[in-house]
Design a protein. Structure first.
Length: 280
């Protein structure tokens, strides 16, 4: 494949970090030095982010990252684009690197079992496995794994409430196998930890998320249906990690299909079929 102008790296790592203000300065310096764009979140529980830059600059950043003891075994998902998908570089301090609103959940101590992308198809095809999509409803709307349960959440903060309600209906929670997935893997670190805390024993998740699955599983063997929402200017990716067919409503931030863009409810920056009835 011909190399495109920009290399995009999605990464996260749970690790106890002290003096996160110092880490913020270090990341700001290395990102400025390499002319990178994107967002990195830093919290006492670790880092989470997606960055883009010229190939040699991303490689330089990753080399620096692996030199830091805290991040020497961090896994990174890569994709490419001819246009930089971010407008600026932000390095922000947070309480959590992915906000679930359950600060007592610690994926470093307890989480589900990883399933490698190469083994995922076989695993989720088993009749005794329930597949759960941990992403938000607007993400699930444009693509998901076949037969996956959609919790219909509008933010990850709502996931624990769905899980509590879900477990109250499941009588055989010790026998049931749950396979969870999300975009890059980070939400599953916390969602699987939470399910284990409330009583499920056999909890699994897709290692590296949908992005790593797209990277490693040939598209002709894919069990994925549709496209994958991403939180940058590309909006969505297809199985070949190419920019998908969706645009974004600048009013409500909902992904828009080609049919949505043709709708009489769509007016750029004002409304779309998803928000026309919710806004004045």
């Amino acid at each position: 494949l011909e190399a495109k102008s920009f290399l995009i790296a999605a990464l996260y790592h749970f690790v106890n970090l002290e003096k996160i203000e110092n880490w913020q300065k270090k990341f700001q310096n290395i990102c400025t030095k390499n002319s990178l764009f994107g967002t990195i979140l830093i919290a006492p529980e670790g880092i989470n982010g997606t960055i883009a830059g010229r190939h040699n600059n991303i490689i330089s950043f990753v080399a620096w990252l692996h030199q830091q003891t805290e991040f020497d075994n961090i896994e990174i998902k890569y994709s490419q684009n001819n246009v930089c998908p971010f407008n600026r570089m932000k390095v922000r301090l947070k309480k959590e690197i992915v906000t679930m609103g359950k600060p007592d959940i610690n994926p470093s101590k307890s989480r589900g079992v990883y399933v490698k992308p190469s083994e995922w198809n076989k695993f989720i095809s088993s009749p005794d496995v329930l597949i759960v999509d941990t992403r938000n409803d607007y993400e699930v709307a444009i693509g998901k794994f076949k037969n996956a349960i959609n919790p219909n959440t509008t933010s990850f903060r709502e996931f624990p409430r769905w899980a509590d309600n879900f477990i109250s209906k499941e009588q055989d929670k010790k026998q049931i196998k749950i396979a969870m997935y999300c975009t890059g893997g980070i939400r599953c670190e916390k969602s699987t930890a939470y399910l284990k805390k409330i009583g499920f024993e056999e909890v699994y998740h897709l290692e590296g998320g949908i992005l790593k699955y797209f990277e490693e599983v040939p598209s002709n063997q894919s069990l994925w249906q549709g496209e994958c929402f991403v939180f940058d200017n590309r909006v969505s990716l297809d199985h070949k990690l190419e920019k998908g067919s969706y645009a974004l409503c600048n009013a409500c931030r909902h992904p828009l299909s080609l049919d949505d863009l043709k709708s009489s409810s769509y007016q750029n920056g004002v409304s779309c079929p998803h928000c026309i009835l919710r806004t004045t």
